[in-house]
Design a protein around this ligand. Structure first.
Ligand code: AHG
Ligand code: MN
Ligand code: MN
Length: 338
C-alpha cells in the first residue's frame, strides 16, 4: 500500500521538529488550529463543486466593507471559516475581508494566542464562469498583554506571521502552506477527503517566462511599470515573455510559484494605493514567495516590512522570481537596465 502523508500529519511533524530544535514539546494546539482551516476549505470546496447545480451562484444582495458585491459563495466561505475557527480555543481574533471589524473572542492571552486573517473566497468575479478561485490565510501570534493590545497584535508586520497559506480550487484542490520552514503543497484526494502531500520544500524557479497583470490598467500605471513590462516583452531579460492573467490572485500566484515569472498589481489612477489587500492577500503570499526563494515588494519596499495601519489596507503588490523582481527593483530605484 502506498504511504501517504496528510497535511495534518505534516503540520504536526513540522511542529515537533521545530519544537525539538528549541528543546520544547509540541502541544498540538497549532495543528488543531490549522485543522480548522482545512476543514473549512473542504466545506468551501464541496460547495464550489455544486455551483451550477444547486442555487449557490450569483450575488447575495449585499456589499462588503470594500463596497464590493458579495457573492453567495463569499458569504458561505466566510461563515465556514468563522464557524470552524471560532470553535478553536486558541483563537483570539478572526479578521476577514468580508467583515468590517475583527471578530474577537473573550479568551485569556495564554489560551487564545492566535489571530487568523483571511480572504475567504478570492477571485469571486470568476465563480460564475467556472474559473479557479481560492482561499488565502495568515496566522499571527497574539502579543502578551504587556507588549500590546489585541488590536496591535492584528496590525503586526508581515514578517511576524507564524504561518500562511492558500487553497486553490481548480481542476484539483491544492493547499500550499508555510510556517517559515519552507513551502509545502498538498492535493485534496476526494476519495478520502484528505489533503495529501504533493511536494515539500517548493522553490520558485529563478526566472520564468510569464508576466501576469491586468494590462488594461497600463495607461494609468506609474511610467516605470510600463517600461518594465515592455522590457519583459522585448527580450530585455534574455527571453521574450508571454502573458497570463486569470484575475484570481490565488491562481495567478500559484502559477507564478510553480513556473516562475512575475505578478504585478501596480497603483492605478483609480486605485492609487493598489487594489490588493495587505493583511489577507499580499502578506501571506509574500511570506510564501520569500520562503520559496522569490521576492515581494510594494514598489516602495518589502511587503513583509510594511507596518499595517488598518485591517483592510490596500497595497501595490509585485511578486515573483528573483531575476524578474531584481530587474523591477532596479527600474523602480531609477537604475537603468539594458
Ligand atoms: P476578491 O475576489 O477576494 O475581492 O479578490 C479579487 C482580486 C484578486 O483576486 C485579483 O487578483 C484582482 O482582484 C483582480 O483585479 P482586476 O479585476 O482589477 O484585475
Ligand atoms: Mn481576494
Ligand atoms: Mn475575497
Amino acid at each position: 500500500m502506498a504511504m501517504i502523508t496528510t497535511v495534518q500529519q505534516h503540520i504536526l511533524q513540522q511542529q515537533q521538529e521545530q519544537m525539538k530544535a528549541s528543546g520544547r514539546e509540541a502541544s498540538g494546539t497549532f495543528s488543531w488550529l490549522l485543522s480548522g482551516i482545512t476543514l473549512a476549505t473542504k466545506m468551501i470546496e464541496a460547495k464550489i463543486r455544486q455551483a451550477g447545480l444547486a442555487d449557490v451562484l450569483g450575488a447575495a444582495g449585499a456589499e462588503n466593507v470594500q463596497g464590493e458585491q458579495q457573492q453567495k459563495l463569499d458569504v458561505y466561505a466566510n461563515q465556514a471559516l468563522l464557524h470552524c475557527l471560532g470553535l478553536r480555543d486558541s483563537v483570539a481574533a478572526l479578521v476577514s475581508e468580508e467583515d468590517e471589524e475583527p471578530v474577537t473572542f473573550n479568551r485569556d492571552a495564554e489560551t487564545g494566542k492566535y489571530i487568523i486573517v483571511f480572504d475567504p473566497l478570492d477571485g469571486s468575479s470568476n465563480i460564475d464562469v467556472n474559473v479557479n478561485v481560492g482561499t488565502i490565510f495568515s496566522v499571527l501570534r497574539r502579543m502578551p498583554a504587556e507588549l500590546g493590545t489585541l488590536e496591535e497584535s492584528i496590525l503586526q508586520q508581515g514578517f511576524r506571521q507564524v504561518a500562511a497559506g492558500y487553497v486553490v480550487y481548480g481542476p484539483s484542490t491544492v493547499l500550499v502552506y508555510t510556517t517559515g520552514n519552507g513551502v509545502h503543497s498538498f492535493t485534496l484526494d476526494p476519495t478520502i477527503g484528505a489533503f495529501v502531500l504533493s511536494e515539500e520544500q517548493m522553490k520558485m524557479p529563478e526566472q520564468g517566462s510569464y508576466y501576469s497583470t491586468n494590462e488594461a490598467n497600463a495607461a494609468t500605471w506609474p511610467e516605470e511599470y510600463r517600461h518594465y513590462v515592455a522590457l519583459l516583452r522585448d527580450g530585455g531579460l534574455g527571453k521574450t515573455y508571454s502573458s497570463r492573467y486569470i484575475g484570481s490572485l490565488v491562481a495567478d500566484f500559484h502559477r507564478t510559484l510553480l513556473k516562475g515569472g512575475v505578478f504585478l498589481y501596480p497603483p492605478t489612477e483609480k486605485q492609487a494605493k493598489g487594489k490588493l489587500r495587505l493583511l489577507y492577500e499580499a502578506n501571506p503570499l509574500a511570506f510564501i514567495a520569500e520562503q520559496a526563494g522569490g521576492i515581494a515588494t510594494s514598489g516602495a519596499g518589502r511587503i513583509l516590512d510594511i507596518k499595517p495601519e488598518g485591517i483592510h489596507q490596500r497595497t501595490p503588490f509585485c511578486v515573483g522570481s528573483k531575476r524578474e523582481m531584481e530587474a523591477l527593483k532596479e527600474i523602480l530605484a531609477g537604475v537603468a537596465t539594458k
